[in-house]
Design a binder for this molecule. Structure first.
Ligand SMILES: Cc1cc2nc3c(=O)[nH]c(=O)nc-3n(C[C@H](O)[C@H](O)[C@H](O)COP(=O)(O)OP(=O)(O)OC[C@H]3O[C@@H](n4cnc5c(N)ncnc54)[C@H](O)[C@@H]3O)c2cc1C
Length: 219
């Protein structure tokens, strides 16, 4: 004779066993219904089903170089020199016409330009060197002045490696007449006293001693 307690125990155990088997055969669905809209969402939840907002990064990417050089070695020295002269001309003129007060999007565009140049520059071995320079000295894009002086510095680093004379970056304006007219960049706050040689982001637009505009240009 089975006691009442034993009967209840057997019934409860059987129910639990049946529930376990049912759960095993039909695992709980990962879909769910949004209680507000009644919309059914699948495995990824709401985020996966909604379009991602198009946000403009507030600051340029900190990691400039991500991706290896694409182009092969350029053996021809004459072609290499001609390509170099043309590219420097393009890039210096670009930074000298860069906005005085660039937006985050404009800064990001210039940073991306240098990054892509370091991958796609048609002289592969030059591109590899340029990548190393970008890692060491990430592009400075806070203003026209910082961008143009940064590029002048980087060009001088290449000059040094190739045994070429150093270029005086105070003469950028005279060397690259972009045909923009006399449109000096606006004054900005003086650099902090503990600024390093490449801390160009907050440099003023005028020479400390002479007061002369070092860079002109405009849109
Ligand atoms: C990103 C990059 C990487 C390169 N890497 C290599 C490399 O690894 N090996 C190689 O053999 N060649 C390299 N080159 C080419 C090399 O830098 C020269 O362009 C080439 O040797 C021709 O030199 P150049 O004497 O005519 O003057 P360039 O260096 O081409 O300069 C052209 C003119 O720009 C002016 N200038 C010089 N220095 C500066 C400066 N700091 N700022 C502003 N203006 C300046 C001068 O008026 C000069 O005549 C590279 C070029 C580029 C753009």
């Amino acid at each position: 004779m089975i006691s009442r307690f034993a009967r209840i125990f057997i019934v409860v155990t059987a129910i639990l066993l049946l529930l376990s088997i049912a759960a095993f055969i039909h695992p709980p669905s990962l879909s769910y219904v949004d209680p507000w809209t009644g919309q059914m969402f699948g495995d990824g939840g709401v985020e996966k089903s909604l379009p991602r907002p198009q946000t403009v990064p507030s600051t340029p990417p900190s990691e400039v170089v991500h991706g290896t050089v694409i182009m092969p070695k350029l053996g021809n020295a004459t072609a290499k020199a001609a390509l170099g002269r043309a590219t420097w001309k393009l890039m210096h003129t670009m930074t000298l016409r860069f906005p005085e007060n660039p937006t985050p999007d404009e800064r990001s565009a210039l940073t991306s330009y240098f990054h892509l140049t370091s991958r796609l520059y048609p002289c592969g071995e030059c591109a590899a060197e340029f990548q190393e320079l970008l890692k060491k000295y990430p592009p400075q894009t806070a203003s026209r002045r910082s961008a143009s002086l940064w590029l002048c510095f980087v060009h001088n680093e290449v000059n040094k490696r190739l045994g070429k004379p150093n270029f005086d970056c105070a003469h950028l304006d005279a060397e690259y007449d972009c045909g923009c007219g006399d449109d000096p960049i606006s004054k900005s706050s003086p650099p902090s006293s503990d600024a390093g040689p490449m801390d160009l982001e907050d440099d003023p637009s005028k020479d400390d001693i002479t007061g002369a505009s070092m860079i002109k240009g405009g849109r």
